[in-house]
Ligand binder design. Sequence first.
Ligand code: ADP
Ligand code: ZN
Length: 729
Amino acid sequence: MKEFYTNGELISVLTTQPIDRFLDYTAPKGGCAIGAFVEVPLGPRKVLGVVWGTGKGDLDKEKVRSAIRVLDVAPMRNELKSFLEKASDYTLTSLSNMLKLATRAQGLSDQPSMKTVYIRVPGNVENLTSARKRVLKVISDYGEVPFTLKELSEQAGVSSNVVKALVKTGNLIEVHKPKDVPFPRLDPLLKRRSLNKVQTQACNILVSQVKSAKFSTTLLRGVTGSGKTEVYMEAVAQCLRQDRQALVLLPEIALTAEFLARVEVRFGVRPAEWHSGLTVTERRRTWKMAGQGGLQMVVGARSSLFLPFKSLGLIVVDEEHDSSYKQENGVLYNARDMAVLRASIANATVILSSATPSLETWNNAEKGKYKKIELAKRVGSALLPKVVAVDMRQQDLPSNHWISPRLQKEILLRLDAEEQSLLFLNRRGYAPVTLCRECGEQLRCQDCDAYLVEHRFQKRLMCHQCGETYPIPQKCPFCGAEGCLSVVGPGVERISEEAKALFPEARIVTLSSDMFGSIRALKQQLEEISSGGADVVVGTQLVAKGHNFPYLTLVGVIDADISLHGIDLRAAERTFQLLQQVSGRAGRGKKPGLALVQTHQPEHPVIRAIMSGDEVGFWKAESITRKIAGAPPFGRLAGVLITANKAEDALLVGTELARNTGPLLKIGAKAFGPAVAPISRVRGRFRVRLLIKSHKGAKLQIAIKEWLRPLKLSSDVRLSIDIDPQSFL
Ligand code: ADP
Ligand code: ZN
């Protein structure tokens, strides 16, 4: 393949514009390398593009315009180009949209901005004033850190004139440097903790995999607190020693100060980050440095998979079963699966870490497609929490109360012992339904098929589909009756209220993603809880993820049944994972933990599996159920979602598709539907679904492409395909 195009040669450019094909240009003055990021004219505009290869030359030579310039960023490597192509084929997403994902940093086409920094010139300092000496000392203390005028004068506690004077006397020189500078180097040799025997064995396997510099995927399975993080950190260290870059994916990354601090302890400095909480400047810096090799480690959300790494050697997917790895809007992809794809192209190692792996991963490990390492015990003397079911049918509770006497008793014991309790309910707000006692109507969102959830903290009703909020009405909007609206069922805020009434002396904190103005405030709250600043924490899923609360010894699951009855094929699996994860929060410190799981169906197989701790038994049973149903991971699914302003329009398209399934039948796949979606309307748009089912080895994407090809959509109708769907709503 051609590596470089000289001025005027034909190039083929992929842009991020919604035109799904390559465009011909001629190489700009000075030429361009393959993969180069270029600015090209498109109509009256200038847009960003990547030189994908040689132009097709099917336009008149005179009509081909010249690319304007090459941007000052590292060219896209073949590895990333090939990843984007394959990911595009897999997810049935246009390559332009994949490129958009890979360039999600603003200001890439800006001229690099410069800053002035100060460097010390060796020489005699005897006769200098003490202020001037302080400035020079700051520079020598911090080694190579390039200080700006402001930073330097602040750090030394002097006016900027003092610094300027040192330039005049020749003790300092001013240097111009680009603003986006490399990240400080991590030291892989710094502070290695001594691992126990099982951890050492696990570590050795992972390290040798990274060393081999060949593609492999390993499931690192271990109960919470067994040291999975500790172990994969050593794989990161090996990767750094080999001068390759490591990527660690975490769910809820914006909240994981704890993890960043841990990296700092192990390697001396913090890694680069990639998530929605970053500033524009931070994003651009991380993006550019990934490409230039100016960073060694990124801790990021799922989209960090699309960074232009110079030499990616390791991807860790922490809590690999977490459903947040599936992106549910825009490009629909599963970051766990895409991590394996990218690593296979980059000859990198993948570690999938979890206490409760997804059935997909578990199955791949069983088949030997993935390697498997187990850490069965918690570190040191820490024991796994005891898990006990509380049969709510036998608990004497007045209506509108949800904390059982059994659970109350345990909370009291914890209050006496100055230990923490966590009450878990995966439902935001005060109450999920508001209804009129006169006419029986329930309040719903105007634009969605959804009940309004009362949020007493914000004094509003909220739609959890579109996020719209409404004032709480005085009168029933249906029958006009006054003072007749009443709420049904609990959300975390209501449980918190109940806890306050039961334990008036206790410090009670409610944690739910909507209760904090900013991520920073939420982070602070989490840290406060960790250091013992609360007696009872009432929280949603947010608290189940990765936070370490050393004083927590009791977990009460308010309603274990909620997620058991869903239409989701993974309902059992999800409930199992969530309950395991929540229970695992208890007793991570010195004291043993207890988890009380409130349920109306203690004999349900999922609840029984959690009580008995028989995970393997659960997975085996779940596998059989799925196998019989031909469901993933034993068969393949694709979801089709059609939306339109008018229900008929969406249904019409669905019916047309269902009538012409030839290409699907050819590969033995079947289409079910069309049917009105379980959530029939969101933001005023009607939703219709089809579901496609095929056997495991079928070439599903190719068949779907062919199936959709004749389809013409009117401008109001949208259609999206979700390969390996997680959501069926
Ligand atoms: P996991 O990721 O499996 O939940 P972690 O790696 O977070 O487990 O380890 C749990 C706790 O035990 C952490 O506080 C960690 O620092 C500590 N730990 C892990 N391994 C060791 C070890 N070998 N020696 C001492 N402490 C350890
Ligand atoms: Zn709504």
